[in-house]
Design a protein around this ligand. Structure first.
Ligand code: NDP
Length: 433
């Protein structure tokens, strides 16, 4: 804490991992001897930079850009870019730290990193978004490379932004280096299913947790927070698997639609029109819009937080448990506070931590890198099948590790231990670097 003052989210993420790995350190004295914990908590490199750009009125604007290259023991740094006014070093470091273990859990050869800016894309024109992305990449490009550091999207960064970022990277380097960014559109080297991957992957993970308890999505009343990339494709897959999604939200409130959320309408409003979710209720008679409240007050059996960090505290977790919630899958990164996780654990709720449950996005990014490296393009069906196989293997790895360490059913411990040991073993093998 003294070494990283004020970085509260980073402290929270580190504490959560360290709490799980005491048992591992007991079994592996070589980790302590090589100071693996101290090394793993210190990013390999951090870059903070000025992003100057001009708005539509010709006014000069300045934002702060970040890239934290956390750990490359398993492969090039890999992790998204977040554009949101709340971004500061503590958020990027928590996300980068989580990413290291998440990427390890996928079993793929990718290290961990994260980046972004305190830029607020809300209400900005297309021209302004492009200006910002070009300026951001003008500095960031010197730190990237398909064998060095490969960003993707996150909050506020979707297909449009990745396109502008890649365009500027190509222009600056005079290299068509497809594998330097993932989440690209299909028209210039993107992979099928990457857009859907995090939401689909979380749904596959929860399907496995339910099935391990002899249960399924069939008819399950489900509530999703957010209405962005992760939330939209989570809702789509849950519906395909027979679940009944009755609510979703944005930063201003939630919609409740007892007939089942019309995902195409959410896509139209949020992806095409870039509007507010309140408009959903204006177009669907049966739906109700509730401003300034969180979806967790709605009774449900499955809860899929897919918006942002710390959206479920002990209080919301208690409400969910009392209302009969049996499974939670974290589509977002660290949406549940430690107190919330404790409430779920004590109530025996099947709880899929973000590191494991939302790993489908980065896993499909790694598949995109594979296709780019071999100048190939796989079919949608094949790519989705690979994603599902990876999510089943992530689930099984967490499940088996939790059993092995005497904590059956504790996916949080399983994910932390399995992710940590894979990275620690690679760090040991690489020597003191
Ligand atoms: P988007 O920007 O597409 O959507 C974010 C959604 O969450 C929006 O509905 C937004 O509301 C809402 N939201 C964002 N910040 C806040 C906030 N501070 N308070 C309340 N609501 C908020 O982002 P993604 O869907 O890509 O990301 C969502 C989560 O999933 C993040 O935690 C991200 O780190 C995580 N994640 C994303 C991956 C990906 O592949 N995209 C991969 C793995 C994890 P509004 O529209 O009003 O802004």
């Amino acid at each position: 804490v003294a070494r990283n003052p004020g970085e509260v989210e980073f402290h929270q993420a580190v504490r959560e991992v360290l709490e799980s790995i005491g048992v591992v350190m007991g079994k592996h004295p070589e980790y302590a001897q090589a100071k693996i914990i101290e090394r793993i908590c210190e990013p390999e490199r951090q870059v903070i930079f000025r992003v100057p750009w001009q708005d539509d009125q010709g006014r000069v604007q300045i934002n702060r850009g970040f890239r934290v290259e956390f750990n490359s023991a398993l492969g090039p740094y890999k992790g998204g870019l977040r554009f949101h006014p709340s971004v500061y070093q503590g958020i990027i470091k928590f996300l980068g730290f989580e990413q290291v273990f998440k990427n390890a859990l996928t079993g793929l050869p990718i290290g961990g990193g994260k980046g972004g800016a305190d830029f607020d894309p809300k209400g900005r024109s297309d021209q302004e978004i492009m200006s910002f992305c070009q300026s951001f990449m003008t500095e960031l490009h010197r730190h990237l490379g398909e064998y060095t550091d490969v960003p993707a999207g996150d909050i506020g960064v979707g297909g449009r932004e990745i396109g502008y970022l890649f365009g500027q990277y190509k222009r600056l380097t005079n290299r068509y280096e497809s594998g330097v960014l993932t989440g690209k559109s299909g028209v210039f080297g993107g992979s099928h299913i990457r857009t859907e991957a995090t939401g689909y992957g979380n749904t596959f993970f929860v399907k496995e947790m339910l099935s391990a308890r002899g249960n399924s999505f069939d008819g399950k009343r489900t509530v999703v927070s957010g209405s962005g990339n992760v939330a939209i494709y989570t809702m789509q897959k849950v519906q395909e698997l027979g679940g009944n999604v009755v609510a979703c939200s944005d930063s201003e409130g939630y919609v409740l639609d007892e007939n089942g959320i019309d995902v195409e309408l959410v896509k139209q409003i949020k992806e095409q029109e870039r509007g507010k979710l309140a408009e959903y209720a204006e177009r669907r008679q049966a739906a109700k819009y509730v401003p300034n409240r969180q979806v967790w007050e709605i009774p449900c059996e499955v809860a899929l937080p897919s918006a942002t960090q710390n959206e479920i505290t002990g209080k919301e977790a208690g409400t969910l448990v009392n209302n009969g919630c049996i499974a939670v899958g974290e589509g977002a990164n660290m949406p549940t506070t430690p107190e919330g996780v404790r409430v779920f654990r004590e109530a025996g709720v099947a709880f899929g931590p973000g590191k494991a449950a939302n790993a489908g996005g980065v896993a499909t990014s790694a598949l995109e890198m594979q296709q780019n490296a071999s100048r190939d393009s796989w079919s949608r069906e094949f790519t989705e099948q690979r994603l599902e196989e990876i999510m089943v293997s992530v689930h099984d790895r967490c499940y088996a590790t939790a059993e092995e360490y005497g904590m059956p059913g504790d996916y949080t411990a399983g994910a932390n231990i399995a992710g940590f040991t894979r990275v620690a073993d690679a760090m040991l093998a690489l020597g003191l670097i």
